[in-house]
Design a protein around this ligand. Structure first.
Ligand code: ZN
Length: 480
């Protein structure tokens, strides 16, 4: 029986080179249901591809916000063993999608289109519904062997549909991807199940269940008018009047609940909006909103204005608006991060340093503050200070590949070549790039510096990763 990795190879050979070749070896999954571990590995493989795409964003603030709300929702789902990771795609199209293994992507366009946090939570809950009901595994087991290509093509199709900015790329795969698209889509029953589970999750986690209904109703109305340019969400989650009616019935039977949006939700939307248009357009947009009082949150609108003013380098005004903003809301790490950026950009290093130090005392785990401050220290030739900051965070966030990247930059600035490559290796390892990690460890061996202890540690780590690598390759061969 053909193993799925051969099919991957065939499908991916036809895909654009940019999509890479590194989808994981799954062994033979055609005979039984995919195990949760296989599903997770498959998802990790797709994530490695997605991270190399220009539309993928690792913005620490928005990513952390999405994970905060996503994990709160997931905790209300039933399966506590399922791990979830939420990530941002910079794409104005309204879309959200689940990958096998609990990886859930949210387009920036969805954040801007959602009129309330409950609406956003509704769409995310629906995706969580697909994951906890294990629709990927069930889709696979329902397929005959001849149709197994669909799961492999699913990776390609998701990547192609998502890479909206590169329409030509999508067109290349389009021919292959669309021919299997119908088999890839979740069934209508899957969609209704995800709606049902999503609605329960929404209600259990304290959001307004009506949020899901109002969002899907708006999507439905949009399709009527823009038949050809239907939001990409609808291509992967076909909406029917049945589905909407079902949702309406269920939601209306739940107690009415008015849930105020969090400040974080409004601030993250303003952040996306402020970065989206041209700098001048952004300033004009937020100025007008404030003048005409056309906003859901005055604080978030002012935050957006400061971010836009930063883009046009109007630092004096940005500082002024910042002071007004700080007075109007309780202290927030999001606002302090922007404040430090304003002071840094305007050349007021003393105030910027002070802002970072004060904010980090209050919010030591806030990633954007840690990354930005380390970066500023590096640019101001204080690599020892930067290293101290980065390593103090590593104790609490040992899986954070970005901390290892910063650590590598610190060692580079300190001319410590062995440790620089060692840190890069750890960063690659955490991104699932074992080969890249091995390469860096070999460079570390050749670096010609480092003490005996460090050299032995590199040797030991290299042996360890080589054995992981050969183990993974062997698994693939045996199953073939
Ligand atoms: Zn769906």
């Amino acid at each position: 029986m053909k193993s799925i990795n051969l099919i991957f190879a065939a499908v991916l050979a036809a895909a654009p080179a940019a999509m890479g070749q590194a989808l994981p070896d799954l062994g033979d999954v055609s005979q039984s249901e995919m195990s949760p571990l296989q599903e997770r590995r498959f998802g990790e493989g797709i994530m490695r591809e997605i991270r190399t795409d220009p539309s993928y964003s690792d913005d620490a603030e928005i990513t952390d916000y999405l994970n905060a709300i996503g994990n709160k929702l997931a905790a209300a789902g039933s399966d506590a063993r399922q791990e979830f990771n939420f990530f941002l795609i910079n794409d104005p199209q309204v879309n959200a999608f689940a990958l096998p293994g609990g990886f859930i992507g949210v387009n920036s366009g969805l954040l801007l289109t959602a009129q309330s946090e409950s609406e956003l939570a509704g769409v995310v809950s629906h995706e969580i519904g697909h994951v906890v009901q294990r629709h990927f595994a069930r889709m696979l087991v329902a397929q005959k062997e001849s149709q197994l290509t669909s799961l492999a093509a699913l990776a390609v199709a998701i990547l192609a549909a998502r890479a909206n900015s590169q329409l030509s790329q999508a067109a290349i795969v389009g021919s292959q991807a669309s021919s299997v698209q119908s088999q890839l889509n979740f069934t209508r029953a899957n969609e209704q199940e995800a709606d049902r589970v999503g609605l329960q999750i929404l209600e259990k986690s304290g959001f307004d269940p009506e949020g899901m209904v109002t969002f899907f109703e708006r999507m439905m109305r949009a399709t009527r008018f823009y038949e050809t340019a239907a939001p990409s969400y609808l291509r992967t989650h076909p909406l029917t009047t049945d589905r909407i009616a079902d949702m309406q019935n269920r939601a209306h039977n739940l107690p009415y609940r008015q849930v105020p949006d969090s400040l974080e939700f409004q601030l993250m939307r303003a952040k996306i909006k402020a970065a989206q248009d041209s700098p001048q357009e952004s300033v004009a947009f937020f100025e007008n909103s404030l003048k005409e009082r056309k906003y859901l949150s005055e604080a978030a609108t002012r935050y957006g204005l400061v971010a836009a003013l930063l883009r046009v380098r109007a630092y004096a005004r940005a500082t002024q608006e910042l002071q007004a903003l700080r007075k109007s809301v309780p202290s927030s790490p999001i606002i302090e991060t922007l404040a430090a950026q304003v002071y840094t950009a305007s050349g007021d290093n003393a105030t910027a340093f002070q802002t970072y130090r004060d904010a980090l005392r209050k919010y030591p785990a806030y990633r954007a503050l840690v990354y930005n401050y380390a970066d500023m220290l590096l640019r101001n030739r204080q690599p020892e200070e930067a290293l101290k900051l980065v390593e103090s965070r590593m104790q609490y966030a040992s899986a954070d590949y970005q901390l290892y990247q910063l650590q590598a930059q610190c060692y580079a600035a300190l001319n410590k070549s062995l440790q620089q490559h060692r840190a890069l290796a750890e960063s690659y390892y955490r991104l699932g790039n074992i080969r890249g990690a091995i390469e860096q460890l070999m460079l570390a061996q050749k670096s010609g510096d480092g003490d005996f202890y460090q050299q032995s540690s590199v040797d030991a780590r290299l042996r360890e990763l080589r054995s992981v690598d050969s183990e993974m390759r062997k698994e693939g061969r045996d199953k073939r």
